[in-house]
Design a protein around this ligand. Structure first.
Ligand code: SAH
Length: 227
């Protein structure tokens, strides 16, 4: 007889979402290098299963990005935590989330106490995200449809901006919509591999304070790819 294994050493997540979430936080976040208790707490509270398409729901707490309609992806939980931790969000801060996708990152930012505006270029995804956010109790998040490389000038300036898609370079317009000392997290590089950079707006100009390898879907638009 042969023994069946799933992926090496990774047992199936339990059916109970609360328990699956607890394990996700322990194994995927604390077990790596996420240490910010506010972020760990937020990740333990946001019901990720609400943001995952129906047919992917059993994999909501997998250590992976998952497919969304229109060839997009809901980011891996670790990357969401990584961005949230790098931005060091404090309650009451105004935060722009570029590339709403499922709305999950926006929900985590809202759970951290931020006032969140999120922008998505694909109207169907924005509509779906709006529904998921409302279902999760994050109805205060403002979901805008448009080219997020141009930011959301009517809500600027922002204390922090999180970009969930890869940009070819520093998106100037987003940087300009930061408050002084505001933080911008953005994957910068080619379409296949990038570095997640955290840039602080300072009087001397953009200061890169953090940079780690990552991989995101491309940011399309005026200051993105295929501008
Ligand atoms: N944060 C999302 C990740 C979504 S993937 C989540 O948690 O689910 C990145 C998203 O960025 C995709 O939905 C894609 O359509 C969107 N996107 C790409 N370029 C964009 C642009 N210029 N403006 C707004 N959204 C954009």
């Amino acid at each position: 007889s042969s023994r069946r294994t799933t992926r090496a050493g990774s047992p199936m997540p339990p059916d109970d979402p609360t328990e699956a979430r607890r394990l996700m936080v322990e194994r995927q976040l604390r077990g790596r290098d996420i240490v910010d208790e506010a972020v760990l707490g937020a990740m333990e509270r946001v019901p990720r299963e609400l943001f995952v398409p129906e047919q992917e729901r059993s994999r909501a707490y997998y250590d992976a990005a998952l497919p969304l309609p229109h060839g997009q992806t809901i980011s891996q939980p670790y990357m969401v935590a990584r961005i949230a931790e790098a931005l060091a969000i404090r309650p009451g801060e105004k935060v722009l989330d570029v590339g709403t996708g499922s709305g999950y990152q926006a929900a985590v930012l809202a759970e951290l106490g931020a006032e969140v505006v999120t922008i998505e270029r694909i109207p169907e995804l924005a509509e779906r995200a709006r529904e998921s956010l409302a279902a999760g109790g994050y109805g205060d998040v403002e979901v805008v449809v448009g080219d997020g490389t141009l930011g959301v000038p009517e809500h600027a300036p922002f204390d922090a901006i999180a970009v969930a898609a890869a940009a070819p370079g520093l998106p100037e317009t987003l940087y300009e919509q930061l408050r002084p000392r505001g933080r911008l997290a953005v994957p910068v590089g080619g379409q296949l591999a990038q570095r997640l950079e955290v840039i602080v707006r300072s009087p001397e100009g953009p200061a890169v304070v953090h940079s780690v390898p990552c991989r995101f879907v491309p940011l399309l638009g005026k200051e993105g790819f295929r501008g």
